[in-house]
Design a protein around this ligand. Structure first.
Ligand code: GLN
Length: 481
């Protein structure tokens, strides 16, 4: 049984009767049992998966209509609610939290007969980019287990790249889908803001975050996007995409498209190997008939500072509910006055979340709002204006997804600012609401490099087309696990 097939191949194999859903699911669980001790992608595995698979096989056999996923095993980042399942956000605070309802993306996947194979690891409350801030221990990069897999959706990327599932859903607030996709050599997609419902995603910074797929191929991403995108009455930031089919025309190429090379994302601090890979990607795109030209986005240099100010402020209010009164772990109130009770409850948050909560309390406080929060909001709107101007001239933009290659576990954990700076190439898409994708491009010294493409809002279809074209020019070795 070959677990290394793409989502679209999986559907074909099941439809044609070459494999049964039960066999594939059982093998997938076996694979998780074999490799996940080393990788730690999963926080929980769905015990009913094989039973669910069997009942999908039954439906297929009896000729009943079956959803588009045909029992495809999909892993889900542990900040997306699945009814009656634990949803921990990789935090001790929610260690025993069982979600009372399904996120919209989950109901949509269930309706299409996906098998939600398990919940995957992440940085606590999605704050981080290495999965080292998970309260339950880091995930490991399948290309070299001494290295981080990226984050915060590290478990999603690991599970896809190590063949522990066919596809995954992560969330991307400042790069959390694209960064681990780049570090683990999977495709990672951050849709246009509002294209995918956030209902049932546990909020970190809801004004800029999106749920997005991590997959083995660009077509698989388009396939998943077809299933999860669209307007949702439960999330009033969602946009009507008129049931766009993101697979349709995906192979039609990018002849004549104008692509801007974002110079501010290939400057100081970039690894020479990453720069070389980016140049190679540019010449491949030119080989496909695109016209590439350098372009500057001046505000990018302020994007990380603005991003962390805005997200900490939103996190400060979003995470205020974890006070052990509404959500949290449990200890009695007797013997505490209000503040000391809340302080004790908050001690169950890890160091990174605590840092963000402190910043998020300070930044919008009286006397400081103008200096930090409002200034950051100005950067956000200037950056958006700037990128909108650029998109009048260019169809797409290109930059490396991450300026560096994966680093060793423990290597940067005590230096938060150096970690923050790694978001320099990803935060722009979130701050401006634009769609962006990371495509596996190269393996150097045994570790992956991803290339990022961005498009204008609601140009997701063009973005996927370009990503597909670039993907066709690349052949990569197989993950050594
Ligand atoms: N590294 C960023 C942060 O820590 C991005 C996280 C994300 O996209 N969820 O906030």
């Amino acid at each position: 049984m070959n677990l290394k097939i793409s989502a679209l191949e999986f559907v074909e194999e099941v439809k044609s009767g070459n494999i049964t859903v039960e066999e594939f699911t059982a093998k997938t669980i076996e694979r998780i049992d074999q490799v996940d001790d080393k990788l730690h992608a999963f926080l929980s595995v769905n015990n009913d998966a094989v039973d669910q698979a069997r009942s999908i096989d039954k439906k297929i056999k009896s000729g009943e209509s079956v959803g588009a996923c045909y029992g495809m095993p999909i892993s889900i980042k542990d900040n997306v609610c699945i009814k009656n399942s634990k949803t921990t956000c990789a935090s001790k605070m929610l260690e025993n939290f069982v979600a009372p309802y399904d996120a919209t993306v989950i109901s949509k996947l269930k309706k299409q007969d996906a098998i939600l194979i398990g919940k995957v690891n992440m940085d606590e409350f999605a704050m981080g980019l290495s999965t080292e801030f998970s309260a339950f221990g880091p995930s490991k990069n399948p290309w070299n287990t001494e290295y981080v897999p990226g984050g915060s959706s590290g478990g999603s990327a690991v599970s896809v790249s190590a063949f522990e599932c066919v596809a995954s859903l992560g969330s991307d607030t400042g790069g959390s889908v694209r960064n681990p996709a780049s570090f683990c050599s999977t495709v990672g997609y951050k849709p246009t803001y509002g294209l995918v419902s956030r209902y049932g995603l546990i909020s970190y910074a809801n004004s800029i975050e999106q749920i997005g797929p991590l997959t083995r191929t660009v077509k698989d991403t388009a396939f998943i996007l077809n299933l999860i995108a669209g307007i949702d009455p439960n999330d009033n930031t969602t946009i009507d995409n008129k049931n766009e089919d993101y697979l349709e025309g995906i192979e039609s190429g990018i002849e004549g498209k104008k692509i801007g090379i974002i110079t501010d994302m290939i400057g100081d601090g970039i690894d020479p190997e990453v720069l070389t890979a980016t140049k190679e990607a540019i010449s491949k795109l030119e080989g496909l008939g695109a016209v590439c030209e350098e372009v500057s986005l001046d505000m990018v240099k302020y994007s990380v500072a603005a991003y962390y100010t805005i997200t900490a402020t939103e996190a400060g209010s979003n995470l205020a509910r974890y006070d052990n009164l509404r959500y949290g772990y449990d200890f009695p109130v007797e013997g505490y006055e209000f503040n000391s009770y809340i302080s004790k409850a908050r001690k169950n948050l890890g160091p990174e979340v605590t840092r963000r909560m402190i910043i998020g309390g300070f930044v919008p406080s009286a006397g400081h709002t103008g200096k930090y929060f409002l200034k950051s909001m100005k950067v956000k709107s200037k950056l958006t204006k700037e990128i909108n101007e650029v998109f009048k001239k260019f169809d797409l933009l290109i930059a490396p997804t991450v300026p560096i290659q994966p680093f060793k576990i423990g290597g940067k954990i005590n230096d938060p600012v150096s970690l923050f700076l790694i978001d320099i190439n990803t935060a722009t898409a979130n701050l401006t609401g634009k769609p962006a994708i990371s495509i596996p491009f190269k393996i150097v010294n045994g570790l992956p490099i991803g290339i990022q493409l961005l498009a204008n809002s609601m140009n997701d279809k063009l973005l996927l087309k370009a990503a597909y074209a670039l993907e066709q020019t690349v052949t990569l070795p197989e993950v050594p696990i």
